[in-house]
Ligand binder design. Structure first.
Ligand code: BGC
Length: 746
């Protein structure tokens, strides 16, 4: 800690920096003027920490090469590929900064993948994954996750995190669905904006990812091509990026795959056109992992690295994450010397790198005092993370079995029953969320949390099926008969089924069905005649249509994190009430994967007779489903306008009453439907939501505002159209229709 005791100073808050923008620009220009081409190129490159370390920590010879010879501007990733203490992380970053200042005179910017809390620090506070945060329908949880993860990251001397993820989880086959805030563009946007602001208020830079439409691969497999309409891109996939950039986001990481045949890393229209010029944005664009190389090795749009670099940098890339080696430096220099990349583009890219470093105060304080940070990994942070988990777990079905009565004898079974990996998912201690054994002893699995809640003597654990540590899709120790026998001895069975942890391309699957072993386990325990509570612990909705009727209750806990099992025990016992709602559509059939905002003509109904065919919306649970131990009645939906034009703001009110016996929170979701439009309209779109907390018998008037221009769609001409005609608004079972009296095109 020597260096940063000496240089000790607090990281300057970004808000304060914003007010001296012109000062920063002058500093950027001055620094740029002093740099030769080699120095400029080095600042545009980001390497993996392996290139400056060995088994014993920082390697001086490697640092001399990386910073002295190549003048590299950024390092990423966790040392040895697994979580480190904050002290170790700070020590490494301090040493890197010292070398960067000594050899280049420019601070390094270090980046870490903190996705759901400080998930690469061994003691860090883990929140539920973003998919769960979305299920809370309360932006306060996105904000608290952002603040805590930034505070703890800063406590480890790291100024930059690759978060929030905003890919829109619209295809359940895609292995990264759980990393973002669900399938809806509005929900994704408001959650990501709350997280972005919270992170940056702590003085840490966000990196929005993965720009854009990464979540829409045609095949469902990670990093494969997307085929998308311009309407969907502009209305849905672009929106969260636009809103986070307008909220001050400082950097963006790019989608690894291609859209409509153009690899996003080579897409000048999207990178320079939409993002930089369209939003007048002066932030930094970094590639994803080795994605310049992928332009020639995988995408075949360039013959070699030099051509790939020229394509990407000319499209708008500012920093090349080339984690494995420094080869790109020489190729980038050759590309500039051969005039494949204009010097003006290099200067613009370097300005963006320097600007980010100045904005973070790194030139004045490359390191800061990390001795304080008393709230790091505190009980206070744990309580906030647990509350987020509690409000995110979704009750999908309850035929009188929940809450489980105190004194009941319980069998806990299934591969997720006594397993922390499945609660956390990927990006937890390691990339794949594997090898967590050294860190998770202090947290409860579902079995442990239920034992603590209901009494050790009442709760029995017989796995039936276990996950194989070696390969996430493999299962072992199959003994379904033992679980079935145990089921006959208890009053209620809690079957914890789902997925082992995974992440990115290794998480690809060939069948969206829940594994057959697990379905067999559910059938066997249900055959005991004892009521079964099915707990789904999974990163994406695995299909259970054939076995779901066997469960008397279903709870989807998704990936609730280290405190998720304690939250579940509170919920299953009735000590707390459910209030989460599904932020995605849970499919029922493998060939019917829909989103809630499907085109009206995706649902054409059934024709009988000779021409019998159908296109029926038959999903397991719609977006927004979420039950409670109480019931809410909606009435009196009103709007301040009878009709409207584009500039109006529609202020809605609706009365919500708790008509049940226990207190509960209800997320009120307001949807709009454009009844007739010049392009086939979406059946409905979420426009606003708000959560209320009501005692039994209590009611509240919930206010929800929708700027009328939000109701516009992107027409064939690429412009935003708000067309004359009827719009229906609905919340719960209440609805009203308003007329738009004027067509506006912008
Ligand atoms: C992932 C990114 C991540 C990056 C750096 C990539 O493989 O797609 O989400 O930020 O690695 O670790």
């Amino acid at each position: 800690m020597k260096l940063y005791r000496v240089i000790a100073a607090a990281l300057v808050a970004l808000g304060a920096l914003a007010s001296c923008k012109s000062g920063i620009e002058a500093d950027v220009e001055k620094t740029l003027k002093g740099m030769d081409l080699d120095a400029k190129i080095g600042q545009m490159v980001q390497l993996n920490i392996d290139l400056v370390t060995d088994d014993n920590g920082l390697d001086e010879a490697k640092m001399e090469s990386v910073f002295g010879r190549w003048k590299i501007g950024s390092i990423l990733n966790v040392y040895k590929g697994q979580a480190q203490t904050r002290e170790k992380t700070a020590e490494l970053i301090a040493g890197i900064q010292e070398a960067s200042m000594k050899y280049i005179g420019i601070p390094c910017i270090y980046g870490l993948d903190m996705i759901h809390g400080a998930s690469y620090l061994s003691e860090g506070t883990f929140f539920p994954q973003e998919i769960n945060i979305a299920a809370t329908f309360d932006t306060k949880h996105a904000a608290s996750m952002g603040s805590v993860m930034a505070y703890e990251t800063k406590a480890a001397l790291c100024p930059w995190i690759f978060s929030p993820v905003m890919d829109l989880g619209r295809d359940p086959r895609w292995p990264r669905l759980w990393e973002s805030f669900g399938e809806d563009a509005y929900l994704q946007s408001v959650m990501a904006v709350a997280e972005t602001k919270a992170i940056q208020e702590e003085g840490v830079a966000t990196c929005l990812k993965h720009y854009m439409a990464y979540g829409a691969p045609f095949t469902g497999k990670d990093r494969t091509p997307a085929i998308l309409t311009e309407q969907d891109m502009r209305e849905k996939y672009f929106r969260p990026f636009k809103e986070c950039i307008e909220a001050g986001a400082l950097s963006v990481m790019v989608n690894s795959a291609s859209i409509n045949g153009v690899p996003t890393h080579a897409n000048k229209t999207l990178l320079t056109g939409w993002l930089k010029e369209g939003l007048h944005w002066d932030g930094l664009i970094v590639t994803d992992w080795a994605d310049v190389n992928n332009l020639f090795t995988r995408e075949h749009v360039a013959a070699d690295r030099k051509e790939a670099l020229a394509l990407a940098i000319n499209a708008g890339i500012d920093m090349v994450m080339d984690p494995y080696d420094t080869l790109c430096c020489a190729d980038l220099k050759a590309a500039v010397e051969e005039k494949l990349i204009p010097m003006s583009r290099i200067d613009d890219a370097v300005r963006r790198v320097l600007r980010l470093k100045y904005r973070l105060g790194l030139f004045d304080n490359p390191v800061w005092d990390v001795d304080g940070f008393d709230k790091y990994a505190s009980e206070e942070f744990a309580a906030v993370a647990k509350l987020a988990a509690l409000e995110s777990e979704v009750l999908l079905k309850n035929e009188g079995v929940l809450p489980i009565k105190k004194g009941a004898r319980i069998l806990v079974t299934g591969p997720c029953a006594n397993y922390m990996r499945s609660l956390n998912g990927g990006w937890s201690y390691t990339w794949q969320g594997s090898s967590d054994a050294a860190y998770v002893d202090r947290f409860n699995t579902i079995y442990e949390a239920l034992s603590a809640k209901f009494g050790k003597d009442k709760v029995r654990y017989v796995p039936g099926v276990e996950f194989d540590e070696a390969f996430w899709q493999a299962e072992k120790n199959i003994n379904i008969a033992a679980a079935a026998a145990a089921a006959r001895q208890v009053d209620v069975v809690v079957a914890c089924l789902g997925e082992n942890s995974y992440c990115e391309t290794p998480g690809n699957i060939d069948d969206l069905n829940l594994s057959s072993n697990q379905k067999e386990l559910l059938k066997a325990v249900a055959a005991s005649g004892k009521p079964v509570v099915l707990v789904l612990n999974e990163g994406r909705p695995r299909i259970i249509g054939d076995v779901e009727p066997l469960a008397k209750a279903v709870v989807d806990v998704m990936l609730p994190g280290n405190y998720g099992a304690d939250a579940l025990a509170d919920l299953l016992s009735g000590d707390a009430n459910f209030c989460g709602k599904l932020p995605f559509t849970y499919p029922k059939h493998v060939n019917s994967l829909h989103t809630y905002d499907y085109k009206v003509s995706e649902q054409v109904g059934v024709m009988v007779g000779e021409y019998n065919y159908d296109a029926v919306m038959d999903v397991q649970w719609p977006f927004g489903t979420g039950l409670s131990y109480t019931s809410f009645e909606y009435s009196d939906l009103k709007c301040n306008k009878d009709s409207f034009k584009s500039a109006d703001v529609l202020d809605f009110e609706i009365t919500v009453k708790n008509v049940g016996e226990v207190a509960g929170k209800e997320a009120v979701l307001l949807y709009s439907s454009d009844l007739v439009a010049s392009l086939v309209p979406d059946v409905r779109r979420l426009r606003a939501f708000s959560k209320v907390d009501l005692q039994p018998g209590e009611s509240a008037v919930v206010k929800l505002s929708v700027p009328a221009e939000e109701l516009a769609f992107v027409g064939q001409d690429g412009k935003w159209h708000l067309e004359k005609g009827a719009f229906r608004f609905a919340a719960g079972k209440c609805s009203l229709t308003l007329n738009c009296t004027e067509t506006t095109i912008r």
